[in-house]
Design a protein around this ligand. Sequence first.
Ligand SMILES: CC(=O)SCCNC(=O)CCNC(=O)[C@H](O)C(C)(C)COP(=O)(O)OP(=O)(O)OC[C@H]1O[C@@H](n2cnc3c(N)ncnc32)[C@H](O)[C@@H]1OP(=O)(O)O
Ligand SMILES: CC(C)C(=O)C(=O)O
Ligand SMILES: [Mg+2]
Length: 523
Amino acid sequence: MREKILVFDTTLRDGEQSPGASLNVQEKVEIARQLEKLGVDIIEAGFPASSPLQFEAVQKIGAESGAVVAALARAVEQDITRAWQSLREARKPRIHTFISTSDIHITGKFGSSRYGTSLKEKRATILNMAVNAVTFARSLAGDIEFSAEDAGRTDPVYLAEIIEAVIEAGASTVNIPDTTGYTWPSEFGKKIRDLKTRVGNIEKAIISVHCHNDLGLAVANSLSALEQGARQVECSINGIGERAGNASLEEIVMALKVRSDLHNFETGIITEEIYNTSRMVSSFTGIIIQPNKAIVGDNAFSHESGIHQDGMLKNRETYEVMTPQSVGVPETSIVLGRHSGKHGLASRLLSLGYILQDKELETIYRRFVDIADKKKEVYDDDLRVMMGDELSRPASVYELDYLHINSGTASIPTATVRITHNQRTFEESATGDGPVDACFRAIERALGIESMVSSYSVRSTTAGRQALGEALVRIRDRNVSFNGRGISTDIIEASAKAYLQALSLSRTYFETDNTTETIDNGV
Ligand SMILES: CC(=O)SCCNC(=O)CCNC(=O)[C@H](O)C(C)(C)COP(=O)(O)OP(=O)(O)OC[C@H]1O[C@@H](n2cnc3c(N)ncnc32)[C@H](O)[C@@H]1OP(=O)(O)O
Ligand SMILES: CC(C)C(=O)C(=O)O
Ligand SMILES: [Mg+2]
């Protein structure tokens, strides 16, 4: 039998304290519904004393949620009363009260002489405030959580004293926050182990942890605490929260699930709901998820380099420690880019319906590398355009070997082209009304022909700033029309290729003495 770890989600309270994130009541209610679907045990819905909106959100969430709904309150009667008022209709209410216990907080935040003059007196006042708050909260509700704010930097003897006292006063959950994300995993784990030995009545309460990520250690600290006896973990979706955020729910849950060989814990989280929840929180809060964020980032299940793609295609376990489906991501993505190899390309082309022989793959791969060098990512649409172009290439071709354009607002557009045809090279330069005109003139001069262009257009065929441009050039040669198409991320290059393709078609046509009126490459 595995031991249950309670997942306390604070996305709607600490998460909402993230700079820039603020949610309206309806958004909070929607997120709470999704959190329930995700299977969290406790939803911390807000801090009711802080505003009417917070109050209303806690009230609404409490009334409809089947999970325990917690409301935060300072260790003062006024806040606790507000928290309880907001939870009155709740099916499973929890009052969560807190006060700082570290010397730096006690002296820094409670400096006024009304808390005492010496540190000893102030500590005693804080302990009394904590006990009074829990006693008062307990007179209102049955489920009380107490948090010793900045426990990570609190003297262990004083921390044990205060924890013992609040349990005695009726706290059923005692939370040990690393409020400033200062501790190390081994140090934080020891703090929890210490409490288990120092606090006489610790078995009467559940030990909870609440870790912040200032040093990027929030998840590691939480896991270390679980190993040492904590049984509730406080976390947020996407790790949002004050400053660098809280421990991320998805990382803790998946670390426990993927490495279940290392411990005897389980959570009630339906991990397949993680991705949906993450996207909802990101969209409602406006806090974007960094692409390399573990579990839910766009790149978490994307593979770009050839060696990795090859490994993944042979056996996905070579580079994935969990399936994307296990967290609700539809599928692994093989991102085609400049690091991709032939295996990755062939597999994607196959999924698009193109079955290539080895030789064809060699040719298409060379074109792919050429495009991938210019674009960050090669999309399916880019491949379709590339394949369409490749499959319609005429037999006899003028190849664009080199193109240089000099153009700007204060200079005459000049183009230099080098063209190869049947192992011969033709090179020329020309000026023109614009860079495309200059380029066409240079081609004509290099091949010793008159202008034959009867129509020209250019458009973008794929999305984004690095989209592939497609140029269409129609020429009329001896009363026959030929349509050429060129693609490139550079529209001048696409135009030159289109013109050369039309010229190639014309040459092929007259060499084989056809009679058709319009020859094109399938566009
Ligand atoms: C680590 C955490 O995440 S703590 C939770 C943080 N969340 C919030 O602060 C929620 C949003 N906050 C608010 O809406 C407001 O700050 C309120 C309503 C809570 C209080 O507002 P104000 O009365 O204007 O006080 P203000 O925020 O300026 O200062 C906090 C006061 O609470 C005191 N205080 C701070 N924490 C506690 C506590 N846990 N218990 C008792 N008193 C506390 C401070 O010492 C200060 O009191 P002082 O005026 O005697 O110096
Ligand atoms: C209120 C407490 C639990 C908190 O958010 C913290 O200490 O970080
Ligand atoms: Mg916090």
